[in-house]
Design a protein around this ligand. Structure first.
Ligand code: SAH
Length: 201
């Protein structure tokens, strides 16, 4: 099922598919929500938040063209599921979560499953993580109304960022932003999506 969804939108990196298929999403949600799980859909994780559908996780990850030398920034840790996918394909992941309880649970979960190349930060991630910048890859899993320019500043030359942009009840798009080696920024709208809004603290 999940594979059908993923194949339909075309994932180029076979390794991304392998990783997505090897990580059990259900293990990243509490018992109470696991029952509500629908393999192809959104998965509630508490605090009104959800894990994206597997094909969105796969699509975003695929577009990041990850490699094991990369230092990655994720904004919106949630359950830690996307962090686990990123950790499997990169050198180190810094992930930021604004809701204290979600961050703590995700951190424990990632540790328990042996992802020792992920650091969970509890903060408003809208302005990224200046102390750890630059990042080779940045992914945001909650929607902003416009691209946070600070994040572009934290992208290394040759870096790629993917994030949903748009208002909550209007059409949002995933934007793919690339910083060329000479610093030129290329912005591309690649897929209509629906994400919950980013929360400011
Ligand atoms: N990637 C997650 C799902 C993310 S849902 C997973 O795989 O489970 C979006 C998450 O972004 C939520 O957990 C929400 O609390 C978090 N979030 C929203 N605004 C944020 C902000 N300003 N900084 C950090 N995290 C934020």
């Amino acid at each position: 099922m999940i594979e059908d969804q993923i194949l339909k939108i075309g994932i180029q990196d076979k390794q991304v598919l392998e990783i997505i298929n090897s990580i059990d999403r259900q293990k990243f949600v509490s018992e109470e929500y696991a029952q509500a799980a629908n393999a192809e859909g959104l998965l509630p994780i508490g605090h009104g938040q959800t894990i994206s559908q597997p094909f969105i996780v796969a699509f975003m990850t695929d577009n990041l063209k990850m490699d094991t030398s990369h230092k990655v920034l994720e904004i919106g840790t949630g359950s830690g599921y996307q962090s686990a996918v990123l950790a499997s394909l990169s050198h180190h992941v810094h992930t930021i979560e604004v809701i204290d309880e979600l961050a703590k649970k995700a951190s424990l979960r990632l540790e328990k499953f042996g992802y020792n190349n992920v650091t969970v930060h509890i903060a408003d991630g809208y302005n990224g993580l200046p102390d750890e910048a630059p990042f080779d890859r940045i992914i945001v899993t909650a929607a902003s109304e416009e691209v946070p320019e600070t994040l572009i500043g934290q992208l290394s030359e040759g870096g790629i960022m993917i994030l949903p942009i748009g208002k909550q009840f209007e059409i949002q798009y995933l934007w793919l932003i690339k910083k060329e080696m000479d610093g030129t920024i290329i912005r591309e709208k690649i897929l209509p999506v629906r994400f919950l809004p980013i929360v400011r603290k």
